[in-house]
Structures are given as structure tokens and as C-alpha cells.
Design a protein around this ligand. Structure first.
Ligand code: EPZ
Length: 432
């Protein structure tokens, strides 16, 4: 296993290039199943969730060929099975996209219940199932989700989502692309990755209108053709580097982003006294003085993203005064707070609200990454804490952040990834 050793307390300086968006890539790669031809997908992030998905497609019979580390050709014409076994599906949450893609292509899917990051609460997929059922599929849920479209092909339908769900919106879009007739998704999610999936499918011949608004119309077509598509930059990766600079101080140019996608994060950092200057596809982040308190409420896009909540709470832990953070998307996403408190943060959680009393500095500690974004928060916290900290559970971080150690080192951070054993972790946690 790997752990990170971080000698914190140094400001960050330099430039960092943002990779392709994880939450777009983990939908677009399964969507290649719908395409009758070769998809060339560019700007694919080099993260373990992507590798797992490509391995799943390979096991299903797809032909995968890397042209370079970030550009991959996927040819799913040879796929003959719709069965995704447990040992593959449980490795990531996004394996649920295989259900929509397989249903769209073959009219049937048998996918083990998805695994992935568990930040404490329940992660239901009832809205996905509701959408598939409205489109004529018989869906049974057990250890496996077994779905079969009546007559072997999905049928267009109107689906009103009871909750704004990223996964359900994308899954229904996939199942609808090759359906007979038109599907209307109301109360759809509007995240940049929703638009990216629609753009990918449209570039391969689908007919999807309204992605990025509350109402998406998918006019089913008979087949999709191959093509080339580049994934958008990762809003959350960029936001995490912005948060790191806010916490440590310094000046960093974040490159290769879409500034519009960053507005919700930029606005909060500016309220906290961080300078953010936009130019073309870059943001310059500078933090010199003290951080001011503010309140943050996470909401579906264009609101403040829940996937930035642990990182912004970490920055607020270092701000002057009391800040209130409200989690508006997930029931329970504060498991990481205990780890921050072991570093000296003063945070009180009540249900979906965290009351953060700012402290002047965090203390080094051995902390654990419980999930991907909790892990990102631990990176931000340990970079800001003067002294030597360790982060275990870093395999979660590497599910979603490409070369985080290399990128931070290029900004002057003292962080390294080292091998360690379970026994060592046990002993260190008893000491720490
Ligand atoms: C996606 O999860 C992301 N994951 C999550 O990012 C992100 O936190 C989330 O969207 C919200 O932005 C991937 O893209 C792989 P949802 P998803 O369906 O699609 C409720 C990260 O760190 N809900 O939008 O699973 C649900 O309980 C990960 O990168 C239902 O009730 O999230 C939640 O409260 C973690 N029924 C809310 O909706 C459903 O059928 C939003 O969930 C589906 C969801």
C-alpha cells in the first residue's frame, strides 16, 4: 500500500495543468458501448477509476488501444455479453452507467450492484430504475441489477426525476440515445459533465437537445457512428488546487480549465479574501493575507459542488471567525471532519450542517482518506499544517486525481508517496 508523507507549511507557487474530468470520463467511457464504430476519446484522465472501466469494457469484449497516455480508442463492436460480474462492478460507483449503456445497445443488462466511494450515507439508484422502467424495461434489483427492455429495444418516455440526480440523468440519456422515439427528462441535472456526455453522444450521431437545462430531450436514433471527442477539464480537480493555494498561501496559475465552470468556487474563495484572476483558459490564484469567514451551501450545478465541500471546509477551518457549511446534496458527507479535528480544527457537525470555528493553524498528524474528496481535504489540510503529516488510504485519492503528488511537487509542495504495511498503519494510528 502507499501513503503520502507531507511536510506542510509551505506556500505553493507555479503552474498546474488540469486533467480531463473524472465524472465526465466515467460516463463517456461506458457510453462507447452504444457506438457502432471506433471512438477516439481524448483528454482522458490517468486515474484508477478510468483504468477499472477500461478493464471492464475489455472483459466485455471491447478493443481498447491507447494512442498516448491520455488518448484512447475504444471499439465496442465486438461486445457480445451484457453480464458485468461483481468483481469488476463493485470497484467503482460509476459502473451503474453500464446499465444504461448496455440497455441502450442490447436491450438488456445484468450488472452487479455498483460499489465505489462510501462517504457514510445511502447512495440509492431508484431514479435510474424509474427512468429505465418508464422506457419499458423490466428491472429487478438484487445482488445484480437485471434489466430487460420489452421487445428488445428501449422506448422513448417522459421521466420526471424526483431528485436532481447526475447519475440518473446520464444513465437515462444513454439508454434513450438508441431508443425508439423521444425521451424527455425533466428536473434533469445540469452539471458540466451532463453537457459533456450529450456532446460526446451527439458527436457520434445522437440527437440530444437541452443538456445543461432542466429539460433534456433525447430523440432516439437507429445507430451511432465512430468519431473523436475530447473530455472537458475537471472542475473539481481545479477547485482542489485552488483550495490548496487558499489554505497554504502563495500564487498558482491553474491552466487548461473552463473558467465558467469554476464560477461557483471562485466566488466563495473571493469572499474569503483570495484573489482569483481569470484569463482565457486559466485562473491565477493568490492568497497573501488572512482568510475571512463565509458560509457555503452545496447544491446541484450551478450551485457550489458537493465534491468540493470537504476541501472548502478545510480552508474555512483556517479562516478568521465562524463559518457555516450546509451539505445540500448528500445526507452524510462529514466523516472526514474527525480527521481534521485531530489536526486541531474546531468543527461541530449537526446533521447536514457543519459549524466551523476558524483556527490560526492546523497541527500535523497521521490522518486517513476515507473517500476521494475526504482524501483531497486531507491533502489540503496537511499541506497547510507546519510539520510532518501522513495520509493513509491514498488509493481513494488516486481514483480521481491524476498524478496529484507530481503536480503538487511541481508547485513546491513537500509531498511524497511511499510504500507501507498494514501493521505500520495500525501502530502509527495508535501513536497519532
Ligand atoms: C455523482 O454521483 C458523482 N459521481 C458524485 O461525485 C457527486 O457527488 C454527485 O454526482 C453529485 O454531484 C459520479 O459522477 C461517478 P446523484 P451520483 O445521483 O450520480 C440522491 C466524487 O467525489 N439520489 O447526483 O451518484 C442521492 O442520494 C463523487 O467525485 C436518489 O435519491 O449522485 C443524493 O442525495 C462522489 N436516488 C442526490 O440524489 C437516485 O436514484 C444526488 O445524487 C439517485 C440519487
Amino acid at each position: 500500500m502507499q501513503k503520502y508523507i507531507v511536510r506542510g507549511g509551505r506556500p505553493l507557487y507555479g503552474e498546474v495543468r488540469i486533467s480531463g474530468a473524472k465524472n465526465a470520463a466515467v460516463a463517456i467511457i461506458p457510453a462507447a458501448l452504444l457506438v457502432d464504430g471506433v471512438c477516439r476519446i481524448e483528454n482522458v484522465p490517468q486515474i484508477s477509476d478510468v483504468t477499472v472501466l477500461l478493464k471492464i469494457l475489455d472483459r466485455l469484449g471491447a478493443n481498447i488501444r491507447f494512442l498516448n497516455p491520455t488518448d484512447v480508442e475504444i471499439d465496442c463492436r465486438g461486445v457480445r455479453t451484457t453480464h458485468v460480474p461483481q468483481e469488476l462492478a463493485h470497484k467503482l460507483r460509476a459502473s451503474y452507467y453500464l446499465i444504461g449503456a448496455l440497455l441502450g445497445r442490447f436491450g438488456s443488462a445484468e450488472v452487479s450492484m455498483p460499489g465505489g466511494c462510501n462517504f457514510g450515507g445511502v447512495r440509492p439508484i431508484d431514479q435510474h430504475v424509474k427512468g429505465f422502467a418508464a422506457m419499458g424495461a423490466d428491472v429487478r434489483e438484487g445482488d445484480y441489477i437485471v434489466a430487460n427492455a420489452k421487445g428488445g429495444r428501449m422506448k422513448g418516455a417522459s421521466v420526471y426525476l424526483d431528485v436532481v440526480s447526475v447519475g440518473a440523468t446520464m444513465n437515462i440519456m444513454m439508454a434513450a440515445s438508441l431508443a425508439e422515439g423521444t425521451t424527455i427528462i425533466e428536473n434533469a441535472a445540469k452539471e458540466p459533465h451532463i453537457v459533456d456526455l450529450a456532446n460526446f453522444l451527439n458527436s457520434m450521431g445522437a440527437n440530444i437537445k437541452g443538456a445543461g437545462t432542466d429539460t433534456i430531450r433525447v430523440f432516439g436514433v437507429d445507430s451511432l457512428h465512430g468519431g473523436t471527442y475530447a473530455i472537458i477539464p475537471d472542475q473539481i480537480e481545479a477547485g482542489t488546487y485552488m483550495a490548496a493555494v487558499a489554505a497554504t498561501g502563495g500564487e498558482v496559475l491553474v491552466r487548461g480549465i473552463i473558467p465558467k465552470h469554476m464560477d461557483c468556487i471562485t466566488a466563495k474563495l473571493q469572499e474569503m479574501g483570495v484573489t482569483v484572476e481569470e484569463k482565457d483558459d486559466t485562473l491565477l490564484i493568490r492568497r497573501e493575507g488572512a482568510l475571512s469567514r463565509t458560509n457555503v451551501k452545496t447544491l446541484p450545478y450551478p450551485g457550489f459542488p458537493t465534491d468540493m465541500q470537504p476541501q472548502i471546509t478545510t480552508v474555512l477551518a483556517l479562516a478568521q471567525g465562524t463559518s457555516i457549511v450546509t451539505e445540500g446534496v448528500w445526507d452524510n458527507r462529514y466523516r472526514y471532519v474527525g480527521e481534521l479535528m485531530r489536526m486541531g480544527a474546531q468543527i461541530h457537525v449537526e446533521g447536514r450542517t457543519a459549524i466551523v470555528e476558524g483556527v490560526s493553524h492546523l497541527k500535523p498528524a497521521t490522518v486517513q482518506a476515507f473517500d476521494l474528496r475526504a482524501g483531497a481535504a486531507m491533502v489540503v489540510a496537511t499541506l497547510a499544517a507546519p510539520g510532518t503529516s501522513e495520509i493513509t488510504g491514498v488509493q481513494y485519492i488516486e481514483r480521481g486525481y491524476e498524478d496529484i503528488v507530481g503536480k503538487l511537487r511541481s508547485l513546491g509542495a513537500d509531498i511524497q508517496s511511499v510504500e507501507y504495511s498494514d501493521d505500520e498503519e495500525f501502530i502509527q494510528r495508535q501513536i497519532g
